[in-house]
Design a protein. Structure first.
Length: 232
């Protein structure tokens, strides 16, 4: 355990750290110190700032793991000196000056985009009745899908429009997981981002945006691979 880096799990939009519930127990059982960040989802800079402070406070080698929008967060927070590696799970890896909105504009809008709404305060959410088919259409546990839909955390449009700063993936080793049936980020865009960052390893899972719940065993294996590589 002494040689293993801490693992910080960074959730995505319209959710919270409970989305990691299938990933945290096996990592904990394997002896990792695991932390789940609770993002405010008020802006990309707010989320990067909070994550950076939490990681820096640990003062120990840390592997950052992002899911979905959380990947944009680790792209910025990964520049903290004690971050030793990055794992991207079906999420955006912007370069400096890019926004999530500009990355998604590379392809035709994914089918799930039609089910996203924005309120009068500038916060977005997935229509609850459309959440399953949009976010996790292959998640067999219908009760879990229902809970995700009804407890989703509204996400500020600023998170998607704000330009990213210098990317950690240019200076830190990175790993990437593509979801080939993603309805929120085009799989072609995910693959392109993995290739652009020159990921140490890229795996493709035949799943939805919710890979952390549909393929937790494969996600844990990828995290372990990254952990072993940075520890060495």
């Amino acid at each position: 355990m002494a040689n293993k880096p801490n693992i910080f799990l960074v959730h995505g939009a319209w959710g919270d750290a409970s989305h990691w519930r299938h990933v945290i127990p096996p990592l904990h059982e394997k002896g990792y110190r695991v932390f789940g960040v609770q993002l405010p989802l008020t802006s990309l800079s707010d989320d990067v700032d909070l994550t950076s402070k939490l990681v820096a406070a640990q003062d120990a080698p840390t592997l950052l793991v992002g899911h979905a929008y959380g990947c944009a967060v680790i792209t910025g927070a990964g520049l903290i000196p004690n971050v030793v590696g990055l794992v991207y799970l079906a999420g955006p890896a912007p370069d400096e000056g890019e926004s999530l909105k500009s990355l998604l504009a590379r392809q035709a809008p994914p089918e799930g985009a039609a089910n996203i709404r924005q309120d009068e305060r500038g916060f977005t959410y997935v229509v609850p009745e459309k959440f399953h088919e949009t976010f996790c259409h292959d998640l067999d546990d219908e009760m879990e899908s229902l809970v995700w839909a009804l407890t989703q955390k509204p996400t500020a449009m600023r998170c998607f429009e704000e330009q990213s700063g210098a990317p950690a993936w240019k200076v830190k080793p990175s790993w990437y997981q593509v979801s080939s049936n993603d309805r929120l980020i085009p799989p072609e865009t995910e693959m392109w981002m993995a290739e652009r960052m020159n990921a140490r390893r890229t795996i493709t899972l035949r799943t939805s945006h919710a890979s952390v719940a549909t393929y937790p065993d494969e996600i844990v294996k990828l995290i372990e691979e990254a952990s072993s590589a940075v520890a060495a």
